[in-house]
Design a protein around this ligand. Structure first.
Ligand SMILES: Cc1cc2nc3c(=O)[nH]c(=O)nc-3n(C[C@H](O)[C@H](O)[C@H](O)COP(=O)(O)OP(=O)(O)OC[C@H]3O[C@@H](n4cnc5c(N)ncnc54)[C@H](O)[C@@H]3O)c2cc1C
Length: 397
């Protein structure tokens, strides 16, 4: 069947669902809360073959998708190589994928500044209610509104994101600003530093405007650091004394919070990554939360992407999972006469996949807290090093 689909959320998950449904013959309208075009601040996204296939399937050009890395290397505190694994991958950026999908939306079908408040469904369709009092009517509603989804909040109020006990500090450094030795020996690889009480990963991504020329690329710096809930509340409090729930906009992170992180990095992060941090942009942090929904549909309403499940970023599956959700949703709806039955079949197919990514990401995350006999403060003695290097940001089968 075909009909009209309403998509709540215009980020990667929502745009993927919109593109896949349009290909299946559906009329689609996307409603995004944010009033300006979204930007991922250059965040790196590791690709998998199924993601590249999904992008092709919905019509995104995958030429010059990103930077090719050939292997993974782990360094200890002093900057000595303590592990290497060959694992060719292409690393792209959030912006590159978002732009490709956004360009597929015809004029007038992607609405910005439209915050969804809730929905009501009946035998004939579903009505989307907006915070400003307006409404829209369709045959199917796709909740692609991220990990604090209003659609999931109504469908499954008991499913709440859980704080992992750690945050991720991120920043980008320009390739040209790096010391020569770091540029030659560290920049080209997918890098790790794996001491107890932290985990660093980093890799090269394109420069601004998808610039892939050597010398013009950037290094994506990602450092997971345990933070107790009480200390987290202080980090989430801005200079005006306002406590931000869940996450804080990067410009509002207090200077003393950034300085404390820099001092911490100088003391216990592998030398090459400290040198990268010194020339990088101002770092910002995001607390890591996760959740998984026991069902991904109810009647005419489906959940996709982070609204349905957030696996911690160790598995690098967020975008790929959202893409697979989108293709599955469109496939089930294309073959169906009954929307609710199609969405139930979609949910039955995708929930086990989400659970696999969620549980593997939790296992990898738990290793931040695993102290081996004899200690591992310098990251030279991580007993899970082989598994971490093999399973991080790799497709969960
Ligand atoms: C540190 C970090 C590293 C990551 N690394 C990777 C990686 O390497 N590989 C990877 O695949 N993924 C990665 N991810 C995850 C990835 O970015 C997401 O999983 C992916 O983009 C899918 O997101 P989404 O579109 O479902 O949700 P979001 O990106 O959260 O989008 C939800 C959208 O809905 C909008 N919205 C929210 N509420 C409403 C409302 N009420 N009404 C209307 N609109 C609303 C929001 O404004 C937003 O635009 C990472 C994430 C983090 C935090």
């Amino acid at each position: 069947m075909t009909g009209k689909a309403l998509v709540c959320g215009g980020s990667i998950g929502g745009l993927f669902a919109a593109a896949a449904l349009r290909r299946a013959g559906w009329q689609v309208e996307v409603f995004e809360r944010t009033g300006v075009e979204l930007s991922g601040r250059g965040a790196g996204i590791v690709t998998h073959d199924v993601l590249v296939a999904a992008l092709r399937a919905v019509g995104v050009d995958v030429a010059d998708l990103g930077v090719a890395v050939e292997d993974r290397v782990t360094w200890d505190l002093a900057g000595r190589e303590v592990g290497r694994l060959r694992l060719p991958q292409v690393v792209t950026s959030w912006d590159r994928i978002h732009r490709g999908l956004r360009a597929l939306m015809p004029e007038g079908t992607h609405h910005m500044g439209r915050a969804v408040a809730g929905y009501a469904q009946d035998a004939d369709g579903v009505t989307l209610h907006f915070a400003d009092g307006r409404a829209a009517r369709g045959d199917v509603l796709v909740g692609a509104d991220g990990f604090r989804s209003a659609i999931r909040g109504q469908m499954l109020p008991e499913v709440q994101p859980v704080y992992s006990g750690y945050v991720v500090w991120r920043t980008l450094a320009h390739e040209a600003d790096l010391p020569v030795q770091v540029r030659e020996e560290v920049f080209p690889h997918f890098g790790f530093h794996l001491p107890t009480g932290g985990e660093f990963i980093g890799y090269p991504i394109a420069g601004p405007e998808n610039d892939l020329r050597p010398g013009h690329r950037r290094y994506n710096f990602v450092w997971y650091v345990p933070v107790e809930p009480r200390a987290l509340r202080d980090m989430l409090t801005d200079g005006e004394g306002v406590l931000h729930s869940v996450s804080i906009p990067p410009p509002l992170v207090r200077e003393d919070v950034v300085s404390a992180m820099m001092a911490d990095a100088e003391a216990r992060l592998a030398r090459p990554f400290v040198e990268i941090l010194r020339v990088a942009e101002r770092p910002f942090f995001t607390p890591i939360y996760d959740h998984v929904s026991p069902v991904m549909a109810e009647g005419r309403v489906a959940l996709t992407g982070d609204a349905a499940c957030v696996a911690r970023p160790h598995v690098g599956m967020g975008v790929t999972k959202a893409a697979c959700d989108a293709l599955a949703l469109a496939r089930h709806l294309a073959g169906a006469g009954d929307v609710a039955a199609a969405l139930a079949a979609y949910s039955a197919e995708r929930v086990p996949e989400a659970e696999k990514a969620w549980s593997r990401s939790r296992r990898l995350g738990a290793y931040l807290f695993d102290d081996p006999p004899g200690g591992n403060a310098d990251g030279a003695n991580n007993r899970h090093q082989e598994e971490i290097m093999r399973d991080t940001a790799v497709m969960v089968e």
